[in-house]
Design a protein around this ligand. Structure first.
Ligand code: PRP
Ligand code: URA
Length: 209
């Protein structure tokens, strides 16, 4: 298990600062989520296996290393995870996409699953689970459990804003899952929102409030 916090990179710090700003428009918020995911993907995908292929340059044949994109599955947690999908698809346009629908009860913050559609053969794929917010960690833990029940053994979780409570819960519940997070904030407030955070990611992405 490992937790990689990627805010050592000035590009991540810069984009996250704009993302948090309450004056950032829905359009810009959506673009930033995608851009940050793209930048984070360089780190999160360093584990991927490559296979040897022969490439013919204009001058000669040579051995090269390539990733089999069909072994990569992107799984966003709905709704907010949807905003991260294109960031990964820019790198792996042929990666399959699964969807897990979860919403937190507004009073208890307990997650409820309402949808799940995963690609055939997901058990043998390298799965990158996406959700911009890691708050109590309940949604991420339940989504990981669901993937494991479907036989998936290789899971990485990518979030943009985390907090100590969420990181602790996921690492304790699923110690085999590597976590990549752009930044880890101070704490949760009394209604389980991240401080300083960015508010409700789903609402800001889709303009629902
Ligand atoms: C948000 C967010 C995560 C979850 C994180 O989703 O996108 O999925 O909360 O909180 P947790 O770590 O405490 O589980 P929400 O349930 O608000 O649904 P939405 O994406 O549809 O708005
Ligand atoms: N979900 C969000 O969208 N924001 C938070 O701060 C916590 C959970």
């Amino acid at each position: 298990m490992s937790v990689s916090v990627l805010d050592h990179h000035p590009l991540i710090r810069h984009k996250v600062a704009i993302l948090r700003n309450k004056k950032t428009s829905m359009k810009e918020f959506r673009e930033l989520i995608e851009e940050i995911t793209l930048v984070m993907s360089y780190q999160a995908f360093q584990f991927l296996p490559t296979k040897t292929v022969i490439v013919e340059t204009p001058l000669e044949k040579c051995e090269q290393q390539m990733i089999d994109e069909k072994t990569v599955a992107i799984v966003p947690i709905l709704r907010a995870g949807l905003g991260m999908v294109n960031g990964v698809h820019k790198i792996f346009p042929n990666a399959r996409v699964g969807h897990i629908g979860m919403y937190r009860d507004e009073e208890t913050a307990i997650p409820h699953e309402y949808y799940c559609k995963l690609p055939n053969g997901i058990a043998n794929m390298n799965v990158i689970l996406l959700d911009p917010m890691l708050a109590t960690g309940g949604s991420a833990c339940d989504a990981i459990s669901l993937l494991k029940k479907r036989g998936v053994t290789n899971i990485k979780f990518m979030a943009i804003i985390g907090c100590p409570e969420g990181v602790k819960k996921v690492t304790e519940t699923h110690p085999d899952v590597d976590i990549f997070v752009a930044t880890v904030d101070r704490e949760l407030n009394s209604v389980n929102y991240i401080l300083p955070g960015l508010g409700d990611a789903g609402d800001r992405l889709f303009g629902t409030k």
